[in-house]
Design a protein. Sequence first.
Length: 421
Amino acid sequence: MTKTAKPLSHPFLLLLVLLAHTAMMVLVVLSFGLNEEVIKMACVILTFDFIGSIILQFVQREACTVDTVLLLVIGMSTIYQSCFGGLEFAVKHFAFGIAAFIMCQLSYVVTRNPYRAERLKPLWYGIFFILIFVIRFLTGSRGMWIDLGFITIQPSEFVKPIFVLICASSIHTQLNKHEIAGIHFVPDNLMVIFCTAVIAALQWWCRDLGSLPTFVAVAGFGFLLRFCYLREKMSVRLIVFLGLCAVAAGVFAWKLAPAYVQERLHSNIWADMSGTGYQQVKALTAIAEGGWFGKGAGNGTLIHVAASRTDIVFSTICEEWGLFTGMMTVILILFLPAAVLTVPPRSYYHSGLAVGVAAVFMVQMTLNIFGSCNLIPFTGVTIPFISQGGSSMLASGILAGFLKAAQAPVLTDRRSGKEGK
């Protein structure tokens, strides 16, 4: 294994996690007093921090930054979800948080060797089309969920990490050009375009376009990296042409958007506060009433509004914990992809993975927060690791594993014995 840059001190990062969770629990005690439920929640979260840190001491330490931030985020989100509107330990949310942490370790093992991960691309395509088939035929009438009775699964969430794997590429792949009728093309690039079109068509059919900007961003940044890999020189004419195509596509999508999308684009939430604008009005009001430091854990009223734990969770946090805490939470989530900069990726494939994950996290948070603040139409997209939801939590854990692989890669191709760059 090639040596990597020295990571941040693991004990120091663990100390920060323990201090952050302890400070949050102190605020919970101030709101609810020192009761049995508070003690149980504190013991479980702090024990998870300790055990998780001990386990990480004996496994991969080159990427401890991602793991430690993940420990911090899971604990914070569990405290949030346990205190919204009252005090009840969010056992289910915490369990999915642990599962997400495990998924992070598994996806790291699968993708830390870029040669092996790229050789598995046919498998990623296979899983992608299986998920598309499941969404189309097994989720019910134009739905995105599978209800098993004891649990509901959203297959579309797992399309995100698979699509990031598909969009990640290397120089070797981009040099594999074919020619038909004098036109040169890269098969891998055509497949990315095809998969993006399939996702757009499926979401159009499901009447759920909220996640489409996330997939478009992943594909867009993937193609941008492809140009950067090969240092392609783009002519002014090509840039203008691509810009005009983007504008035309935007106008085309605007004009042909379904009726429910048109309604959201042109609705005045203040004129219909009990109808289409109900959630956004309540979300904005909650942020305003919370101020900088909030009403206190458990003292909010937004919990009685639908999707308060998922699609408008940012407003729920701001109401009870304050806008300052809400913004710090956003920065912390963004620090997950930014943590890769502490030990930059040393393979083009891992750079593609890291950029794809960053696109998913940033776009989802932008859609969620801007939608709650009425800066854009309400989309119903969740915040990674913070919003309640098992499928979203597990998919986010898989994406975090890609970031860990980019920090601590294995750059030896065991099949050929060569090392990559």
